[in-house]
Design a protein around this ligand. Structure first.
Ligand code: FMN
Length: 349
């Protein structure tokens, strides 16, 4: 997800006329800083790192650049190890220290002899609340200060799961993604990003804690299953769909005992979902029909749409895409029993 928003931002910057060195730390050969201070060249000069590797290319480009845009996933409330290594290896730019009477602090003197630089930080996390980014934002401010960068934007993008799951691909997600591209272009042209664009990139995607938690569970389940990102979808595995449905069972509205058969013809897969005394479970079973009170037949994508309240049940039935046999009043009650749609819907976006 980090590269998704990052690539859009860079695409926008290119459209805005920027010449870019896209320096992907995970694809480059860049060793850890050894802390040998051999690069400490003294006032007025840029030091030369004792380590000879791909970092030299980044340092040369950065020296003459107008801006540094850093992109990282949030790992344990901080930047990735690769990003940290990048900053450590920027030490040749640090040429000494001076006392700043205004702040009462020691500040680095940096050796960017050619140009002063703007700094944009883009951080992507699965978490939803501001505290996920607090420590990293503070670190970035200190780093920018230490390196003599002018902080242009701190873009904290949470809820990364929403960018991966097709069922949740809402208008808001598209707005956020296009805001990244537009902001890159504006930044390349104007050197700053207006407040409304910053807001658009940070726009919350979940309705609340409950729907966020629900979607996050599905996301992690998909990752654990090793589902490739291209086909990242609840629909790719109907077991996840039903596990999610069971997890949203409202015991106060569930009957003491009920059995639901689900057939997903697109997956060639059927199962029996059983509700017993407020508990829900399901078993894979091709011949579950005999015991079921209700039998539902639909393609998994359509059923995911029903769960997310984005497909209309009556319209699907009229079109012959959703078939229901058995106790129709129990089927109608499923909306409440399993919290389908409304506030408790999957994909509260
Ligand atoms: C080692 C590791 C640590 C993580 N730590 C956090 C964290 O502190 N807070 C958070 O919200 N997400 C955390 N995450 C989730 C990532 O921020 C999330 O998966 C993000 O989307 C990663 O970017 P990617 O989608 O480009 O891989 C962590 C993930 C990993 C692998």
């Amino acid at each position: 997800m980090t590269s998704l928003v990052g690539d859009l931002f860079l695409r926008g910057m290119r459209r805005g006329g920027a010449e870019i060195l896209d320096f992907d730390m995970s694809a480059k050969n860049v060793a850890d800083c050894r802390g040998c201070f051999a690069c400490s060249a003294g006032f007025g000069r840029r030091g030369v790192c004792a380590i000879r590797d791909d970092m030299a290319e980044a340092l040369d480009f950065l020296d003459g650049a107008d801006a540094l845009v850093c992109l990282t996933p949030v790992y344990f409330y901080s930047m990735s190890a690769q990003m940290k290594r990048f900053f450590d290896r920027c030490f040749p730019f640090v040429r000494g220290y001076r006392f700043d009477p205004e702040s009462g602090r020691m500040l680095n003197e940096t050796g960017f002899l050619k140009k002063r630089k703007k700094f944009v930080a883009i951080s992507v996390a699965s978490g939803r609340l501001d505290d996920v980014f607090d420590a990293l934002s503070r670190t970035y401010r200190m780093v920018a200060d230490a390196m003599g960068f002018e902080f242009a934007a701190d873009i904290a993008r949470g809820e990364s799961a929403y960018f991966a799951m097709r069922e949740l691909g809402s208008v808001r997600v598209r707005r956020v993604l296009s805001a990244f591209e537009a902001s890159g272009e504006i930044f390349a042209r104007a050197g700053e990003i207006p407040a409304d664009r910053l807001e658009a990139m940070r726009m919350p995607l979940s309705r609340g804690r409950e729907s966020f938690a629900k979607n996050a569970r599905v996301f992690w389940q998909l990752r654990r299953n090793g589902t490739p990102f291209e086909s990242f979808s609840m629909v790719s595995d109907p077991r996840i769909l039903l596990r999610e449905m069971c997890a949203t069972l409202d015991p106060s509205r569930a009957p003491e005992r009920a059995d639901f058969k689900f057939v997903f013809p697109d997956k060639g897969w059927a199962c029996l979902v059983s509700v017993r005394s407020g508990e829900c479970s399901f078993v894979e079973s091709a011949d579950a029909g005999a015991r079921a009170d209700v039998a539902v037949t639909a393609d998994s994508e359509d059923w995911a749409g029903v769960m997310a309240a984005r497909r209309d049940v009556s319209a699907l039935m009229r079109a012959g895409r959703l078939k229901v046999e058995g106790d129709l009043s129990l089927f109608a009650a499923m909306k409440k029993i399993f919290g389908l749609g409304g506030d408790r819907r999957v994909g509260g976006v």
